[in-house]
Each structure stands twice: as C-alpha cells, then as structure tokens.
Write a protein that binds this ligand. Structure first.
Ligand code: TYM
Length: 337
C-alpha cells in the first residue's frame, strides 16, 4: 500500500445536515490528497430502524450527491453504497462471533437510540457497531475521519481487530486511528445546546440541512436559541453557555479559523449582530454545496454511475481481504482443494 488508507461512512437517513458536513464530510474532501480514500453510503446501517423503501433509494442518491458536491472526486476516491458489496455483511457476521456481548452492552449510541423500549429494538441496531468494524476492516483501513460521536464505535473496531489478531496469532488487521478534527467535531442542535444536531430530531429548526435555501438558513440561525448576554472576551467565557459556544464554533469552522479569533472579532457584541454575520457566512459557504446537490440529484443517471463504478472498485479491494479472513478462520473452499 503506497498511501495510508481511509474509510468512512454516512447513513442515508433523512437529509445531510451541517453536523455531517463540518464534523465529517468536509474533512473527507480535504484528506483525498494525502490518503487513498473510500467513502461509503451505509444503507445497511440505515435499515436498523424502521424505514420506507422508496425513501431509502432517494436518500442514498441524495447523500451521494452531497459527497460529490462537498468536493469528493469520484475519479480519485471511491464512493459507493454498502449493500452493493456483500463482503461487508459477510465480515460483519464473522465479527459477530469475535465481538463480546459485554463490549456491545457498553455502546452509548444503542442505549440512546433504543430508548426505554429496548426489547423492541432490532438485533441489527444492537449489532450496528460490528457492521461498522466490518466496513473499516474489510479494507484494512488505517484511518477513519469521523465526528466525535463515533469515537466509541471506533474503539470497538480496534478491540475487534486486536482480538482477531491475537486469536489467530497474526498481525492481520491494522488498528485504525480515528481522525477527529476542526472546531466543529460535535455540532449541537440550534434549539438546545446540550443535544447533538441530528437527522432524527423532530424539529427542523434544530438543524441546517445541506439542501436548505438561503432564506431557510438565515431564518434558522435567526431563531436559534441563545442567551441575552453579549459575546465574552475569552473562550472560557463560553464555558457555561452551550448555545453561544455552538454558534461561535460553527462560525469558526465555516470561516476556517480558531474559536479565539471569532471571539476577538465579536467580543462585546450582541447575538443579533453576530447571528446576522453567521447567517451571511453560512449562506456563502453552504449555498453552493446545496445547489450542486440539487443539480446532481436531478440527473440521477450520473449518481448511479458513480455508485456502480465505486462498488466495483471497492469489491476489488475487499474481496481478497475477506477471502483471506475465511481461510484464516478455517472455512473449507472445495474449489481450491
Ligand atoms: P452518521 O450518518 O450519523 O454521520 C456521518 C458522519 O457525520 C458525523 N456527525 C457529526 N459531526 C459533528 N456534529 C454532529 N452533530 C454530527 N452528526 C453526525 C458523524 O460523526 C459521522 O462521522 N455509524 C456512522 C456511519 C458509519 C461509519 C462506518 C463511519 C458506518 N460505517 C465506518 C465510519 C466508518 C454514522 O451513523 O454516521
């Protein structure tokens, strides 16, 4: 392998939002020069919760358009949808037999998503992080760029890799490193600074969708919850002000500067002035991405071609790795004997 290899994924549920963009996808575009990159629209993960079949294919195309519109070049990087490469599901089963119940019982995302009605959650939702480990390790990826919420899942991936290696006495899988960077690794809801911005929040005012138009973006920022105080003179002054910290962090990420620099520029000013500046900046940075997404989704043939080509290239990489796993584990291949 000449360059280190990165793998990352995004679920095609609902629409892409600012958290996905700043926490992950924008970084994915920036890492393409330095790494061999594989980006996956994880449709098998999307069916761990009840879903509408028509919506799944629409969202798969729209999220793919979002990746391309954010600057990922399908000629250089691989973009594909997970269900097209059966190696993911196969390796996931093998890893179900490596991972321990105790490891999965610790996963906070399962607890949050399953809520009180845990008995009604799908087995797939419980095993979700095992499939994620299979996604990454089917390519022996060394680095995984994600938002902060995926950190625990990546620790599990490392545990699975390590356990496999020690069980079979081989250095077969690398232990992949999470790449969590920028000033927006955890973008919060615009309605509640203690909750993560998410596709599943009931209120559309809690998030900025990548396909929102200029008026919607400006209105959502204008209505975002804040406190009555002006911006403080130091970053420490934001410590007990989660909504204010969130808006300042979003500004810093969109402008590609440090939070400190934003504070220096706006200290002492009220949120009405700051929100106006943030809305203008967000429209300038996100508007072109949203427009390009809409243009690409209107030509669905193009998107399907990208996904089909990506699946072929992804299969070429993952098939020999998973075949080797089968051999290591002792499965008989009568065609070879
Ligand atoms: P998903 O679809 O929830 O999110 C995709 C990426 O966006 C990041 N993200 C955020 N970052 C900052 N602030 C937020 N509010 C925010 N919300 C989401 C996520 O951290 C993620 O990087 N399990 C994964 C998908 C996956 C995957 C993988 C990732 C499946 N297989 C293999 C890496 C490697 C997920 O549900 O992401």
């Amino acid at each position: 392998m000449s360059k280190n290899r990165i793998f990352s994924g995004v679920q095609p549920t609902g629409s892409l939002h600012l958290g996905n963009y700043l926490g992950a996808i924008r970084n994915w575009a920036r890492l393409q020069d330095e790494f061999e990159a594989i980006y996956c629209v994880v449709d098998l993960h999307a069916v761990t919760a009840p879903h509408d079949p028509k919506e799944l294919s629409r969202a798969t195309r729209e999220v793919t358009a979002g990746l391309i519109a954010s600057g990922i070049d399908p000629a250089r990087s691989i973009i594909f949808n997970q269900s097209m490469v059966p190696e993911h599901a196969e390796l996931s089963w093998l890893f179900n037999c490596v991972a321990r119940l105790g490891w999965l019982n610790r996963m906070t995302q399962f607890k949050e998503k399953a809520g009180k009605n845990r008995d009604q959650a799908s087995v797939g939702l419980y095993a979700y992080p095992v499939l994620m480990a299979a996604d990454i390790l089917a390519y022996k990826a060394t680095h995984v760029p994600v938002g902060e919420d995926q950190k625990q899942h990546l620790e599990l991936t490392r545990d699975i890799a390590q356990s496999f290696n020690s069980t079979y006495g081989l250095e077969f899988f690398p232990l992949p490193e999470p790449q969590i960077f920028g000033s927006a690794t955890r973008v919060m809801s615009l309605r509640d600074g203690r909750k993560k911005m998410s596709k599943s929040d009931e209120s559309d005012y809690s998030r900025i969708n990548m396909t929102d138009g200029a008026d919607e973006i400006a209105q959502k920022i204008r209505k975002a919850r804040t406190d009555p105080d002006p911006l403080p003179g130091t970053v420490d002054g934001l410590a007990q002000r989660p909504e204010a910290l969130n808006l300042v962090s979003i500004y810093a990420a969109l402008e590609d500067i440090e939070i400190d620099q934003v504070i220096q520029e706006y200290q002492g000013q009220g949120f009405s002035t700051f929100k106006k500046a943030l809305a203008d900046l967000a429209v300038v940075r996100l508007g072109p991405v949203g427009n390009e997404m809409k243009r690409l989704t209107a030509e669905s043939g193009e998107i399907d071609k990208v996904l089909a080509d990506g699946a072929e290239r992804a299969t070429q990489l993952s098939r020999p790795i998973v075949a080797e796993v089968r051999e290591i584990m002792g499965f008989l291949d009568p065609k070879k004997s």
